[in-house]
Ligand binder design. Structure first.
Ligand code: PAN
Ligand code: ZN
Length: 185
């Protein structure tokens, strides 16, 4: 996510559905933004003809600044590329910080990787996924409707996307006969 810094915000009530109100930045990631992430490069290139929106991240006005606790809602639209489920880019926080995700609607999973071993946390409405400091994380929509979750993270965490391009995420998540099929890579 892009960084944004604003002056301190007052105490506030935030309502949400797919967006937050009051609202902060909204980020849209299309297939063309996900270069180098899917294993099947030919299938990814073919999907660029329509270049669909894969996911959106709607933030509250709470700034990404030290001491603050920003939140965002991610909506990952359903679909696959060469059998691999739609997913977020994935990142690691350069400053090791914990983060929580709360499943809101649809089904998906939280893939974590510490550079050595991957972990998979299935997510559904009401699940809390905990990301400990130092674990890269990516979300995957494993269903056939939008998968939506709330993320809450310390404002000074930062976002490093290059780490995932260099190290991968330990597993690829494909559609299998009995649910998600986790393939080591
Ligand atoms: C989330 C993610 C969001 C989008 O808010 O930023 O789901 O994923 P990418 O940032 O990997 O594109 C979060 O983990 N924030 O720290
Ligand atoms: Zn994060």
């Amino acid at each position: 996510m892009s960084s944004f810094v604003t002056p301190p915000v007052p105490p506030m009530r935030i309502t949400f559905d797919a967006r937050m109100e009051p609202s902060g930045p909204v980020l849209t990631r299309r297939m063309s933004d996900l270069r180098g992430l899917f294993a099947d490069t030919a299938a990814w290139e073919a999907s660029l003809a329509e270049d669909p929106v894969v996911y959106e991240v709607a933030s509250s006005p709470v700034p990404e600044a030290e001491g603050e606790l920003p939140q965002s809602i991610t909506t990952i639209h359903p679909g696959k590329v060469g059998g691999e489920f739609h997913m977020t880019k994935g990142h690691i926080h350069p400053r090791p910080r914990g983060e929580i995700y709360l499943g809101l609607s649809g089904v998906g999973g939280l893939l974590l990787f510490d550079g050595d071993k991957p972990e998979w946390i299935p997510m559904e409405p009401g699940s809390i996924g905990y990301i400990p400091p130092g674990w890269a994380h990516r979300s995957v929509n494993t269903g056939d409707e939008p998968y939506r979750f709330l993320a809450v993270y310390p404002g000074d965490a930062g976002h490093d996307y290059e780490w995932v391009l260099r190290n991968g995420m330990g597993y690829r998540v494909l559609g299998g006969a009995d649910g998600p099929d986790l393939r080591p890579f």
